[in-house]
Write a protein that binds this ligand. Structure first.
Ligand SMILES: *Cc1c(COP(=O)(O)O)cnc(C)c1O
Length: 391
């Protein structure tokens, strides 16, 4: 049923990370578990239940379609669309009880009108830009006036206001926080207050506990990714990426491998072919630097990585056979490549390594050491999962 190239998701480690984060922050701080980009490649539907059952307040996504995928799977969970939704799609935000990011009076009015016709009170969080210059009301007096207008609309529940750090250094972070708090106080001086004020992502939530306010929005740390500049927290890696050897052959000196013979055997060599390529998410520019782990030993990726396959040199690993397990990314134990190392070799960042893994690759969810369920998007459709036989 499943492909031999797959991603293993350790739900126990995901739970461990969330619990550690919850323990670290004040009891009053709500956690929006960020599961955009298909849960950073871990499968948003597959991980959201564990997150919501273990203390997350809401799920955070970037787009409406990500929210709708989750809504179809989980009718009850709070889902926050942190990105922009075009005007002509806002009706779906309202009918699906999503929480929407808003940064214009115009969109707030549309949502309020939709709330009236659909007999609902759409929840919104106002996005306030304190310098990142991505989304949000520009930090200026006109914006404060517009937000005060939004607060007066009927049929709209202005639940929160938020900003995002550029993480451009301690001084810049502190200035962003100060500007955010000043803007909030300006708006609140008109009388109405926000239930949730928030600005922290993963790094800032841990590095600046004093900026956590009412809510934090961690993504990377849920998945065990650390990039802190000041503090630390114990986290476990959640994802490993595995495949199997599909072919083994001996090469004579001078024989080439893959397109353009970028690699040529300098000695009698043993080469294994793996059914994983750049379309599965293995960075193509790992061709001259990548490594995989077989029998606890590192094998270099040789030649050009193809769309669906790649070759590794196993000359120095005795007795490699068809069907042997290959670890592309692991937890660093038994000589496996961590996501961090993979990011270095692929000349990118950790989140890109995670989110690149495409939906052709099945996700196998592990709970209490056994397979809980498997999601194979190609066989089962986006939000359908094979449940464990015994359930
Ligand atoms: C992606 C995102 C986050 C989470 O970022 P991490 O660095 O992974 O914690 C938080 N807030 C917003 C608005 C985001 O887009």
């Amino acid at each position: 049923m499943i492909r031999d190239t797959y991603v293993e998701i350790n739900l126990d480690n995901l739970k461990y990370n969330l619990e550690n984060i919850l323990e670290r922050v004040e009891d009053t701080v709500k956690v929006v578990a960020v599961v955009k980009a298909d849960g950073y490649g871990h499968g948003a539907v597959g991980i959201s239940k564990v997150l919501m059952e273990n203390g997350a307040y809401a799920l955070g996504v970037a787009t409406l379609s990500e929210a709708l995928e989750l809504r179809a799977a989980y009718p009850e969970y709070k889902i926050f669309v942190m990105g922009y939704t075009p005007d002509n799609q806002l009706h779906a935000v309202v009918s699906n009880d999503l929480i929407q990011c808003v940064f214009s009076l115009k969109q707030a009015k549309i949502l309020s009108a939709l709330g009236k016709t659909q007999k609902k009170f759409p929840k919104v969080h106002i996005k306030y830009d304190t310098g990142f210059n991505r989304l949000g009301f520009k930090d200026c007096p006109e914006s404060i006036e517009a937000i005060k207008e939004i607060m007066k609309l009927d049929h709209l529940c202005v639940e929160g206001i938020f900003s995002h750090f550029a993480l451009a250094g301690d001084e810049a972070n502190k200035k962003q926080f100060k500007d955010f708090m000043y803007a909030v106080s300006q708006v609140e001086s008109a009388g109405k207050t926000f239930k949730f004020k928030h600005i922290c992502d993963s790094i800032s939530a841990i590095d600046y506990p004093e900026f956590n306010l009412d809510m934090i929005r961690p993504g990377a740390i849920l998945y065990g990714m650390k990039s802190f500049r000041k503090n630390d927290i114990d986290l476990k890696p959640v994802m490993s990426f595995k495949t199997k050897v599909y072919h083994v052959k001996k090469l004579m000196p001078g024989e080439g491998v893959s397109y353009n013979f970028k690699w040529k055997a300098e000695r009698e060599s043993v080469v294994a072919t793996l059914p994983v390529g750049y379309s599965d998410g293995l960075p193509r520019n790992m061709m001259e630097a990548g490594q995989v782990t077989i029998h606890g030993k590192r094998a270099p990726i040789i030649g050009v990585i193809c769309m669906d396959q790649c070759m590794v040199d196993v000359t120095d690993i005795p007795n490699v056979q068809v069907g042997d397990t290959v670890i592309l990314y692991g937890d660093g134990q038994q000589n496996t490549l961590t996501i961090e190392e993979a990011a270095k070799l692929g000349k990118t960042n950790k989140n890109e390594i995670l989110t690149r893994i495409t939906r052709r690759t099945p996700r196998v969810y592990i709970k209490n050491g056994e397979i809980d369920h498997i999601v194979n998007h190609l066989l089962t459709g986006a939000s359908y999962a094979y449940q464990k036989q015994s359930k």
